[in-house]
Design a protein around this ligand. Sequence first.
Ligand code: PMP
Ligand code: GLN
Length: 387
Amino acid sequence: MGTRPLLNRRLAGMGTTIFAEMSALAVRTGSINLGQGFPDTDGPREIAEAAADAVLDGRGNQYPPGPGIPELRTAVAEHQQRFHGLTYDPDTEVLVTAGATEAIAAALLALLEPGDEVIAFEPFYDSYAACIAMAGAVRVPLTLRAPTFRPDLDELRALITPRTRLLLINTPHNPTGTVLTAEELRTIAELAVEHDLLVVTDEVYEHLVFGTAVHHPIAALPGMRERTVSISSAGKTFSFTGWKVGWVTAAPALVSAVRTAKQYLTYVSAGPFQYAVAEALRLPDTYFEQFRADLLRKRDLLLDGLTAAGFRAFTPEGTYFITTDITPLGEKDGIEFCRSLPERCGVVAIPNAVFYDDADAGRSLVRFTFCKKDEVLAEAVTRLQRL
Ligand code: PMP
Ligand code: GLN
């Protein structure tokens, strides 16, 4: 095989995802897993039954249509209208994907040329760096810094060069919990229009916002509809992360470009689950309200517990993650801290450092998820007091 590394240069150093590493550590040590973001309670029973019915009735057991089943595309378009006032044609402006993950990959692979620059907020969700790399493009981070984790939009302006092709945004933002304000989004949109940039926006946490924070889709702003690829998925909103049903909404030319890449990634996926997600998207407002209220209670339970244990916890406006600073505990390095945490107190968390290019900006930050049963969070909090 010679001496040439097997893994190509684009993916060098990307090894195993932090989520896989930390979830395996949780299983191996029997720890409470507040690392990878997946709920320990499944979504609504009637939606699970809809999936089971689809399997037993023979709906979706064979390859579904490439763009997704019409029922789901229609439900996605209705959902965009109902919650955000955005109108999309289910036939030409909606594409069903294997989770948001495939939507991100297909969008970046389709829209980028090698050498194009992509500006993304760091800390970034780990698949962004990998997909930008697979597309041969260059990532340009705009660092969100503690304690506010808000983007410096003058810095954003300064990062734009003639090679910038695309802004990759994520609101509500994983892992910081920042929800971009209408004002921030307006400035970002104006920059995109002024410099003729594409925008890919990852909105998988669109329903997970708390207090006075409101999720605003950037696609609704002037000049944005024709240049924005909006991405969401069922995993977070309906607590079925294993189903991997996601979607893209965008103007026809953008959907067509993304579909071109998508058809050679998975072609199609999750046939029967697509029927169930179509039903989920039509759940009454009470579902979404109750889900948010439950998560808000869990957020506050974990925030209080982390603070009592000595962490500096930053209150998230959205998502189901809390970013903390471990410096007050006399700790400096989040990666070392997370590797030793199971042994020290039987809890698993995620070091934010792995989401940064600027290692110093994230070194002492650690993320905990609160999408777990109240009693599990309470037990985790008790264990963390031992630190
Ligand atoms: N984007 C962000 C910001 C995420 O946190 C996640 C994790 N769920 C994804 C995308 C991937 O979503 P999916 O599971 O639908 O592929
Ligand atoms: N989105 C989840 C998180 O941030 C993990 C998804 C994954 O394992 N890729 O924790």
